[in-house]
Design a protein around this ligand. Structure first.
Ligand code: UTP
Length: 286
C-alpha cells in the first residue's frame, strides 16, 4: 500500500519560543527565507505525499493562509510584470497536493493532535512530521526513507537519530533489535539505563491502527495525551520498525537550535550562501 497522507501537528503553543510566538505561529517563523512549515511540506511532497492534514488552532489561521492563494498580492505582481516573484508566491502549495486543515480546539498534546486527523486519514497509512524539526539529507529525506521502508515491510516505522550517549537524557530513546524492530521507547533516560543512543527525531509512519490506540490513551506526562504512550500500546501488539536517519536534524522550536539551523541553511543557500559566509567571516573577526 502506498503512503499518500501526511499529518502535520501545528496547534501547539510554542512556549519555548516566546515572545516571537505570541502572535505568530512558530511554524511560520522563517528559516532564512521560507517558513519552517514550508520545508516540512516540501519534504512530505518529495516523499510522494498527496494529502496533507494540517492540525491547527483558532489563533493560527495564518498557517492556512500561507498555503492559500493571495489574490491582491498575485494581481499586483502580475500587473508589475514580476513573474519570478509571482511564481514564488504561488508555489507555497506544490502542484497536485491538497492541504486540508482540522482544528485542535485545545492543545491537549501531540497524541491528541494526531488523533484530530483521523476523520480525514481514515484507514490509510500516514506519516507524521513535526514542523519545528527541520531535516536535511543529501539522499532520501527522512520521510521518503520511512515511505520506502513501509513499502518493503508494511509496518509502522519511525526515524531515529544517533546522538552522543552524554545527551540521551534530552530525548525519547528507542531500543532496537538487529532486524530494526523497536523493543522499547524510553523518555529522557539517564545514560546508564538508556536502551541505545537512538533518539526519536519527529518523523513517524503509522498504520491507521494507531488511531484506535490514541482514542484509548489517557492523559499522561504534563496532563497531555502523549503519542509515545499510544506507540507503547502498539508495540505490545504489532512490530514497529526504526530506521536510522543519515542527515542533519535541527530542533527549530528551541531558540539555540533555530539559530544553528539559520547559520547552517543560510551558508548553504543557493543565492545567499556565498555572501552570507563572507558576512560570517567578518563577524568572526570583529
Ligand atoms: P512541541 O512540544 O515541540 O511544540 O510539539 P509546542 O507545544 O508548540 O511548543 P513548546 O514546547 O510549548 O515550545 C511538537 C509539535 O506538535 C504540535 C506543535 O505545534 C509542534 O509543532 N502540537 C503539540 C500540537 O499540534 N498540539 C499539541 O497539543 C501539542
Amino acid at each position: 500500500m502506498s503512503v499518500k497522507f501526511a499529518v502535520i501537528p501545528a496547534a501547539g503553543l510554542g512556549t519555548r519560543f516566546l515572545p516571537a510566538t505570541k502572535a505568530i505561529p512558530k511554524e511560520l517563523i522563517p528559516l532564512v527565507d521560507k517558513p519552517l512549515i514550508q520545508y516540512v511540506v516540501e519534504e512530505a511532497v518529495a516523499a510522494g505525499i498527496e494529502t496533507i492534514v494540517l492540525v491547527t488552532h483558532a489563533s493560527k489561521s495564518a498557517l492556512e493562509n500561507h498555503f492559500d492563494s493571495q489574490y491582491e498580492l498575485e494581481a499586483e505582481l502580475e500587473a508589475r510584470g514580476k513573474q519570478a516573484l509571482l511564481e514564488v508566491a504561488r508555489s507555497t502549495l506544490p502542484a497536485g497536493v491538497k492541504i486540508v486543515s482540522v482544528r485542535q480546539g485545545k492543545a491537549l498534546g501531540l497524541g491528541h493532535a494526531v488523533a484530530c486527523a483521523a476523520p480525514i486519514v481514515q484507514d490509510n497509512p500516514f506519516v507524521v512530521l513535526l514542523p519545528d524539526v527541520i531535516c536535511y539529507a543529501q539522499g532520501d529525506n527522512a520521510t521518503a526513507q520511512l515511505v520506502k521502508d513501509y513499502e518493503m515491510y508494511g509496518q509502522s516505522v519511525i526515524s531515529l537519530l544517533p546522538v552522543p550517549m552524554t545527551e540521551v537524557h534530552k530525548y525519547g530513546i528507542a531500543g532496537v533489535t538487529e532486524q530494526q524492530a523497536i523493543t522499547t521507547l524510553v523518555e529522557k533516560p539517564a545514560a546508564e539505563v538508556a536502551p541505545s543512543n537512538l533518539s526519536v527525531l519527529g518523523r513517524y509512519l503509522f498504520n491507521a491502527s494507531i488511531f484506535a490506540e490514541l482514542a484509548k490513551t489517557q492523559r499522561g506526562v504534563g496532563g497531555e495525551i502523549q503519542l509515545t504512550d499510544a506507540m507503547h500500546a502498539i508495540l505490545a501488539k504489532e512490530t514497529m520498525r526504526g530506521v536510522a536517519f543519515d542527515g542533519e536534524v535541527h530542533d527549530c522550536g528551541d531558540k539555540l537550535g533555530y539559530l544553528n539551523a539559520t547559520l547552517t541553511f543560510a551558508a548553504r543557500h543557493a543565492s545567499l550562501g556565498a555572501d552570507f559566509k563572507t558576512l560570517l567571516a567578518q563577524h568572526a573577526q570583529a
